[in-house]
Structures are given as structure tokens and as C-alpha cells.
Write a protein that binds this ligand. Structure first.
Ligand SMILES: [Zn+2]
Ligand SMILES: [Zn+2]
Length: 376
């Protein structure tokens, strides 16, 4: 197992609390990895950066960010190597940062024009990983619902692979997702509706879009649970036995494509591009948030907005909550359709109930197509 190898290589028996050099080592390795990836993107923009994102990059800010990551990797590496007996993490972080510097660091010039064409979305992968980890990991470490779970819980590498799989081939995926929606607007676009919506204040348009999207999401999500052929794909998302921000990435590409496509079709009928873009950013942040290992409950807010405890009940393997809580933004949608389940406590068990799927990414991707069954 790759996880075991990683643990043996980097880990040790010393405490991993604050002040032990563990977190500084992790940060050094993480920042070192990001900085090297960033420098590689500067060297090979044609191959490694997403064409749709390139024109929007504030290059000066990104160069400063890469420089800061290099400095931070070295700094945290030094701290960790002073505090901790085993230096592997610190050395890895510092070596990655030194490699990034040796390759030209943040000042690598982009020569010649960069054209469209096939590319790997390494830039998007690194940026999103950095932003999501920056937002959610501190929240999960400060207020965890399951403190023993840890950031590097079982199967975390599998979820990193899923995260990569939805970011690196961004072009292919966004094509698959947008195709049904753009095709539909050709035939179903309603100019009167578009004009009507455009007259509302921006915030109201946005709120309305979230409602429309969540109702659409409700029905495709329900179908993913109730239609046996579709459940094969969605079962991958439900196979996580522990939830956190990155567990939300575990999703078969057919599942992702269907959900995004179904949400975008009604949105494209009447909403402007800026509202749809704002919604896509919102859904990424909110859907990730609902999977977080975050224990604080805000009772007054839970009634209106899906919070982690609500979506955790959707992921439980406990009988009483199977096929409940399909909504991803508003709990009242489940109330309306009779699928609401929200007790005071948190679930005890997560994962699939009475079935099992393959443990690795490759077979999880193939098995649903061929209908391969595994008995627990
Ligand atoms: Zn589900
Ligand atoms: Zn989920």
C-alpha cells in the first residue's frame, strides 16, 4: 500500500502535536511541492497550464506567491529540522524548494506566444489544492468533530488521486460537463426569462440560481440513488468511511458529469454567465465544506443552509438515514420532498451499507461500467 510506504518514509512515533516539528515539516513539504509545480508551469505553460485560465492570471501576484512558497518551504523546513528528530519531511520540503530555485524560481520568463490545444491543468490543480487546503485544513484541525481522524486518515491518498483526476484533465471534463448544457440552450433558451431575471438585483439573481440549481441537483441525486445502474457510479462517492474536505472529491467522473450537467441546463436557460460562474465557485466551496470534519454546530443557520452535520447524515451507513438529505444547499428542499432526516447528534458510521467496492481508483472507475459486484 502506497499510504503505508508514505507513512514509513515520512512518519515516526513521535507526537504530531503543535510544537513538535510535525506541522512545520508538513508545511515545508507541501509548500516545496507547490513551488516546484508552479515553476514547472512557468517553464512549460503550453503543456501544463489551462488555456481558459491563462488570460486571467495576475502574473505578478503569482510570481510573488511562488517566491513566498519557496521561502516558506525553507523556513518551515529549518524549524522542523530543529524541532524533530526525523528530518525526512523537512529535507523533502527544502529539497523541493531548492529544486524550484535552481530551475529559475519565480522569475522564469515565458518565451513566445502560448497557444490553445491540449494541456494538463497542473496550474489549476496546484492553485485549487493550495486554496482548499488553506481554507479547510485549519478549520478541521481547530474544531474537528472526530479529532482522532487526523488530516492523513486512511485512504487520503485515494482522495488526492480523485482530486487530481478532476483537475489535471480539466479541459476534457469541462467539455463533458458543458456539452449537454450548451446543446440544450440552443433549443431551450428562453429570451423572455433571461430578460426577466436580468432585471432583478444581482444578489437576488444569485440566490434564485442557487435555488434552481439545488432543485435540479435534488432530482439527479435522487436518480443516482434509486436507479441501480446510476447507483453503481454514485456508490464511489458514498464509499468514504471517514469524511473531510478532500473526501468530497471522491466521485466517479460519470457522477460528476451528470450532476454538473443537470445543474447547468436549467441555469443556462435564464441566467447570465456571471451568475453561473459565481454559482460554480459557490458550489465548489459549499460542497467541499459540507464534507468537512468540522464539529461546531450553528443551530440557527442549520435550518436554512446545509452544514457539515446535515451532509454527514447523507453519508452514514446507518439504516435510519439511507436515501435521506439529497439537497446540497437548502435542507428545506428535502423537507418538501419528504427525504429530510436531521437528528441532534452526529452519525457514528460512514460508508456503504451492505455492499463493497474495489479499493483502488482504477477499478472504481471501470467496475461501474461492467457492473462488477463485490460481496462484503
Ligand atoms: Zn448521495
Ligand atoms: Zn457527499
Amino acid at each position: 500500500m502506497i499510504e503505508q510506504k508514505i507513512n514509513e518514509f515520512f512518519g515516526d512515533t513521535e507526537s504530531s502535536g503543535f510544537g513538535t516539528g510535525w506541522w512545520s515539516g508538513i508545511l515545508s513539504a507541501f509548500f516545496g511541492f507547490l513551488s516546484l509545480g508552479g515553476v514547472l508551469c512557468l517553464h512549460f505553460p503550453q503543456l501544463l497550464s489551462t488555456p481558459d485560465l491563462r488570460p486571467h492570471y495576475p502574473m505578478h501576484t503569482l510570481r510573488v506567491l511562488i517566491q513566498c512558497l519557496i521561502v516558506a518551504a525553507i523556513l518551515f523546513g529549518v524549524i522542523s529540522s530543529i524541532l524533530r528528530k526525523k528530518k525526512t519531511l523537512a529535507l523533502t520540503g527544502m529539497l523541493l524548494a531548492i529544486a524550484a530555485t535552481a530551475l529559475g524560481g519565480s522569475s522564469v520568463q515565458i518565451n513566445g506566444a502560448v497557444h490553445g490545444g491540449l494541456a494538463i491543468g497542473l496550474d489549476w490543480f496546484l492553485l485549487d489544492l493550495f486554496l482548499m487546503a488553506l481554507i479547510y485544513v485549519p478549520l478541521e484541525r481547530l474544531w474537528p468533530q472526530y479529532p482522532k481522524q487526523g488530516t492523513f486518515r486512511k485512504d487520503w491518498t485515494l482522495d488526492v488521486v480523485y482530486f487530481m483526476s478532476t483537475h489535471l484533465p480539466l479541459q476534457i471534463l469541462s467539455f463533458l460537463v458543458l456539452l449537454p448544457a450548451t446543446q440544450a440552450t440552443k433549443y431551450l433558451g428562453v429570451p423572455v426569462l433571461q430578460e426577466l431575471i436580468a432585471r432583478m438585483p444581482w444578489l437576488l439573481q444569485f440566490f434564485f440560481a442557487v435555488v434552481v440549481a439545488d432543485i435540479a441537483e435534488y432530482f439527479i441525486h435522487l436518480a443516482l440513488h434509486k436507479v441501480p445502474f446510476l447507483w453503481r457510479f454514485h456508490a464511489v462517492h458514498h464509499s468514504s468511511k471517514a469524511l473531510d474536505w478532500i473526501a468530497g472529491s471522491r466521485s466517479h467522473f460519470v457522477d460528476d458529469t451528470l450532476v454538473r450537467g443537470f445543474i447547468l441546463v436549467p441555469l443556462m436557460l435564464g441566467f447570465s454567465q456571471s451568475i453561473i460562474l459565481a454559482y460554480l465557485i459557490f458550489v465548489t466551496l459549499h460542497a467541499t465544506w459540507t464534507h468537512c470534519n468540522f464539529g461546531l454546530n450553528a443551530k440557527w443557520l442549520e435550518k436554512f443552509l446545509v452544514m457539515p452535520r446535515y451532509h454527514h447524515w447523507h453519508h452514514t451507513s446507518q439504516k435510519e438515514s439511507i436515501d435521506k438529505n439529497f439537497a446540497i444547499h437548502f435542507p428545506w428542499i428535502d423537507k418538501v420532498f419528504g427525504t429530510y432526516y436531521f437528528p441532534e447528534e452526529w452519525p457514528e458510521n460512514y460508508g456503504l451499507s451492505g455492499e463493497e467496492i474495489a479499493p483502488d481508483f482504477f477499478r472504481q472507475t471501470i467496475d461501474p461500467f461492467i457492473g462488477k459486484k463485490r460481496t462484503p
